[in-house]
Design a protein around this ligand. Structure first.
Ligand code: TEU
Length: 545
């Protein structure tokens, strides 16, 4: 699939930077990042060259799932600041030509949301905002579904005398989209934020919001019941309504987080003709180093990874390209080498991220090559998912050592440790006690040090972002996979008469290849390309025709 150059929308030409507010920058010493902290770093973000900030949830929330459990969609969580701070962030970002998008979490609310509190009364008009059911005859959950977070997805509420559905944590009850009043509420929340000047939404687990039926599902290892809610026609209808009744009235875009989607489902969700979402995050490339679930790891294989990337580059009209987010381990630790060839690896992954077709989404800290955490016990983890999974594994008598090994490689807290701004205690993130441990390697990997170093990962990102902006072939050119092997991935981008060859080594051994061209970017100190690839080398070659 290709998009005609010259017809690109603004959000197709920008790079999006994801901020996980809790861990980005603390301004008041309470150990938790906040909006004023983000404002203080806007010049840094502007210099990096990103045009859009995606804020993970900053709404009022009991923080069971770090804000993905919202108790008031139209107010700010007190640890993060105030509505005035948020308005200032939007305005100050705009002054620097940066737009802000927000996380729209509408599959579920917090169990502390006033709608849910009311809904616990069976006689309340809000009862039908959520999914309440009687248990089975003879007892037990209403159906055999299982949750995303390794616990039951039904919770029996004594007060109500019924069970409610929660596909995530117990504090995240699912909304009922069979009730049209729910969609009306969501529309007004969206307008509230768009009217304040935000430029769109990242829509959390958006392809599962509509549950077709609550019948038992086919038994599977994970997510029994998911055939009743993944990308159902009801979801497509809702997305079309949100588009025509709300989003079309603003200059904005949406990117949907869509779980367990096939390329066909993915394309349907963001096909411009269907007028639903603008882009989606798919997960297949994130699953190439696992068996069925992320807790069962298998060795990373660049060939498998490259083929999946190519499939999605071809499948959807306009890809949302990412290697990291707040739910995934750090890419340099996962796909390359975070030790001996750390610097080369981080730069090579920067090339992979910024030379694909589509809009790149980078995650805070990726631009300095932050690595997985260096914790050594469960007590150091905060993530609700990690603790639930540990409990589940314990139920199956999995020994402690194995449990920890599984969590260490996969826990979402790997990506959530505070941003490493400097080598000081608190890493320049906080003057207080950070809510989650800071990686000891902040004395080596940090923004301040990389500002001083011309050859740093950070400066490499800046250059590459600059190059991408100048060369439309990198943004919108056709993508063609040339090679995908365990040791390397090679692809070509082309637009009109322009052709670029991207060569990426995923090996710690030198290699020889036959491709030639004019070197325009290298993560080694080289001006020309002679076919010799050093460990984790990345090269962008221009092919003159
Ligand atoms: O993630 C959805 C989701 O499916 C994740 O649970 C993902 O499968 C998991 O993190 C991989 O182990 C979104 C948010 O990104 C996540 O942070 C939230 O916890 C979740 O929705 C619930 O809102």
């Amino acid at each position: 699939m290709s998009v005609l150059a010259g017809e690109l929308k603004w959000w197709q030409q920008e790079i999006v930077y994801q901020i996980y507010p809790r861990s980005f920058q603390d301004s008041d010493g309470d150990g938790v990042g906040d909006i004023r902290g983000i404002i203080s770093r806007l010049d840094y973000l502007s210099k990096l060259g990103v045009g859009v900030l995606w804020l993970s949830p900053v709404y009022k929330s009991p923080q069971v799932d770090n804000g993905y459990d919202i108790s008031d969609y139209c107010d700010i969580h007190e640890e993060y600041g105030t509505m005035a701070d948020m308005d200032e962030l939007i305005a100050q970002a705009a002054e620097r030509g940066i737009r802000v998008i927000m996380d729209l979490v509408i599959n579920h609310t917090s169990d502390q949301h006033p709608w849910f509190i009311e809904s616990r009364d069976p006689a309340s008009p809000k009862r039908d905002y959520y999914i309440w059911r009687d248990g089975r005859e003879g007892g037990g959950n209403p159906n055999n579904w299982t949750s995303f977070f390794g616990e039951d997805c039904w919770f029996y509420d004594e007060k109500s005398g019924q069970y409610y559905l929660h596909l995530f944590a117990k504090g995240q009850p699912d909304l009922n989209y069979h009730n049209p009043a729910v969609l009306e509420e969501i529309k007004s929340i969206m307008r509230f934020w768009l009217d304040r000047g935000i430029a769109g939404f990242r829509c959390d687990v958006i392809n599962i919001i509509f549950k077709d039926s609550l019948e038992d599902g086919r038994r599977r290892l994970i997510l029994t019941g998911s055939e009743h809610y993944i990308s159902r026609p009801g979801t497509h209808e809702i997305l079309q309504k949100l588009r025509s009744e709300v989003l079309d009235n603003y200059d904005c875009f949406t990117v949907g987080e869509t779980v367990f989607v096939t390329p066909k489902m993915g394309q349907d969700l963001c096909d411009p003709e269907r007028r639903e979402l603008d882009m989606i995050f798919s997960f297949e490339h994130m699953e190439t180093d696992q068996f069925i679930v992320k807790w069962f790891k298998r060795r990373f294989h660049a060939g498998r990874f490259g083929k999946v990337i190519e499939r999605w580059q071809q499948a959807v009209y306009w890809p949302a390209v990412y290697l990291e987010n707040h739910d995934q381990p750090r890419s340099v630790s996962r796909f390359a080498d975070d030790q001996l060839y750390w610097r080369e690896s981080a730069k090579m992954l920067a090339v992979l991220l910024l030379t694909q077709r589509g809009t790149p989404f980078m995650f805070q800290g990726e631009e300095i090559g932050m690595t997985n955490f260096d914790f050594n016990s469960l007590e150091q983890l905060q993530d609700v998912e990690s603790h639930n999974i540990d409990r589940l594994l314990r139920r199956f008598h999995v020994p402690a050592g194995i449990r920890w090994r599984m969590l260490k490689r996969t826990s979402r807290d790997n990506a959530r440790t505070p941003v490493q701004w400097s080598r000081e205690a608190g890493a320049g993130f906080t003057s207080g006690k950070p809510w989650l441990g800071i990686n000891k390697n902040h004395n080596k990997i940090n923004v301040a040090a990389q500002e001083q170093d011309e050859e740093s990962v950070l400066n490499f990102y800046r250059c590459l972002i600059g190059l991408r902006k100048q060369r439309e072939v990198l943004i919108a050119g056709d993508f063609k996979l040339i090679e995908a092997k365990r040791s390397r991935i090679v692809y070509e981008r082309s637009l009109g008469h322009e052709r670029m060859l991207i060569i990426l080594s995923f090996s710690d051994k030198p290699q020889r290849i036959s491709y030639r061209g004019d070197m325009i970017v290298s993560n080694y100190d080289r001006q020309t390309f002679d076919g010799k690839l050093s460990p984790y080398e990345a090269a962008i070659l221009e092919i003159i025709m």
